[in-house]
Design a protein. Structure first.
Lengths: 105, 155
């Protein structure tokens, strides 16, 4: 699984920074059928969270109406240098975690 | 003779039972405006929802319902006293009324979230924001979808 994360490498203290995240995932809705009529079971990411130096600053609950390869952008205030940790979890035991560093001056 | 009658009754009984099953299974698997209302009430729990303060940006005409970009922003100073707690997106014609729930806080700095969603049909999208004072604000946008999501067959 591949994740694309866009976090600014540096920021000034107090800046509002934009964070863009994309996780590659089929996001199978569970509402589709094969040509033979069999239902395709649901397989989606259900939860996403972003921790900034261990403190959760953003969280999302995803539903089948999310597009494949869920793309989420949001904002946070750059308070201190450290690590962003992004976590995705979902059906069939799906779990991915990615980190990104930021230097705050 | 009596045997034939009973088998005919059995046949009618089976046929009507089949008819009921057919009626149930013929109901389309999609959310209705009523289902969306229920989903919204699960979030607001009876509190009044006022229009305003929320801005919902979606292209008015989308070609591909599989990836519809949307941006929700809420007019809020995002301080510890006054901030957006959560943003909820609802649709009225997908199989499920929910699209996504986003939980923010004063550390967000700006109450804005962007993502991409699937739309099964031309419909109205509703965004609801919960503020730290407990009030709910909403915005709605109509979207025309030319190629719907969810309808294609997989292989």
């Amino acid at each position: 699984m591949a994740a694309l994360i866009n976090v600014p490498a540096t920021a000034k203290r107090g800046d509002v920074i934009e964070i863009k995240t994309l996780m590659s995932h089929i996001m199978e809705t569970g509402f589709r059928h094969t040509v033979t009529g069999a239902a395709i079971p649901r397989d989606i990411i259900t939860d996403f969270s972003c921790r900034y130096n261990g403190v959760e600053v953003f969280r999302a609950e995803l539903f089948p109406a999310f597009s494949a390869n869920p793309f989420i952008t949001f904002f946070t205030v750059a308070t201190e240098s450290g690590v962003f940790e992004f976590r995705w979890s979902g059906d069939n035991g799906f779990y991915e975690a990615v980190t990104a560093n930021i230097v705050v001056t | 003779m009596s045997h034939r009658q009973s088998s005919r009754r059995q046949f009618i009984g089976h046929a009507s039972a089949l008819g009921v099953v057919a009626l149930i299974s013929a109901r389309p698997a999609r959310a209705t405006p009523a289902a969306m209302k229920t989903a919204i009430n699960d979030v607001v729990k009876g509190a009044p929802v006022r229009a305003g303060r929320v801005k919902l940006d979606i292209p008015p005409l989308v070609e591909n319902g599989n990836t519809v970009p949307l941006t929700v922003s809420v007019d809020s100073p995002m301080t510890a006293e006054q901030h957006v707690v959560s943003i909820h997106i609802f649709n009225e014609k997908n199989p499920q009324p929910n699209v996504g729930n986003f939980y923010l806080g004063p550390r967000a700095g700006r109450a804005q979230v962007a993502t991409r969603m699937r739309l099964a049909d031309t419909q109205t999208i509703t965004a609801i924001a919960k503020l730290s004072d407990g009030s709910f604000w909403s915005a709605t946008t109509d979207v025309i979808v030319t190629l719907a999501a969810c309808t294609e067959e997989a292989y």
